[in-house]
Design a protein around this ligand. Sequence first.
Ligand code: ADP
Ligand code: TRP
Length: 327
Amino acid sequence: MRLLSGIQPTGLLHLGNYLGAIKNWVKLQNKYDSLFCIVDYHAITVPYDPKKLPKMILDLTLDYLACGIDPKKSIIFVQSDVPEHTELAWILSTVTSLGDLKRMTQFKDKSKQHAENINAGLFNYPILMAADILLYKAQVVPVGQDQLQHLELAREIARKFNKKFGNVFPEPKPILTKAARIMSLNDPRKKMSKSYGEKSYIALSDSPETIWKKLAPAVTDPARVTIKDPGTPEICNLYHLHQLFSPKKQIDQVADACRNAKFGCLDCKKILWENIVKELKPIQEKRKALAANPEKIKKLLQQGAQEAKKIAQKTISEVKEKMGLKY
Ligand code: ADP
Ligand code: TRP
């Protein structure tokens, strides 16, 4: 079974990306024939700085590797190094309905955010994502909850293509983690996202001091105004993070202390802070060591692109054959 996933090189990775996607990839790469892509052609659909993009691509590669994606087990590559992605996207655009694209919530959100630059690429983005997946005939796609609608569309595109031209593509299924939607620290009604500003997220590269600066003012159960007010852990955003970072004994301890007003939110945050710092430390150390040798990283990406291309070219050839494009 083949697996593909990707992240845009648009900034620092945060705990949402890590818990909702990458941490899971690390386990899944042992079970599936895996490809992990740096989707730079997706990143250029919103305003960006061309001078900074090369570094962002390499930075994201370092993050993949530091988190534990292993180039001996998985193919790691940059989307624009394999032009078959955009070739298939054009082909698939001819079986994609305009109505489906108009319904995509990410397009609606991003057009609001970037009202001065609503380009056709942003609108067609889900077709390129479908191409990323179908090009490798991936059956499983581990992503966070926000990507489910795009994946449903990829399945619809595969179905339509298969019906019209004959069976080529399997219908890709999502793999979600129990942390499929990590919420923002300063507004837990929204998902944690790069787009909502630095205070909303903890970046994988944040120092212990920065993490504390973000955790200390983070929104908790509003019922806990003073230390003496009991709270409900289940509705507290930070309790959810405890469940992902803290050992069982401490989770029970903070739940009890919150419910029975035994200590304040800051005490609870302190424990969480220690556990987050502990988990991120080895990732940060590995990243630093890897960053010392950018040439090695570039070489690894070139190798990855070559391997990806072999699979991609086979699919494109089959697609062209079925569509009558071979003369
Ligand atoms: P962002 O919204 O910060 O720009 P991306 O869109 O680059 O994040 O997401 C990359 C991956 O991380 C995707 O698989 C996405 O589903 C996942 N992801 C992003 N934010 C979260 C979150 N808050 N909780 C869980 N998963 C998330
Ligand atoms: N759209 C995804 C996101 O914003 C990124 C992405 C592009 C992707 N192509 C993909 C994810 C293919 C999984 C598979 O996070």
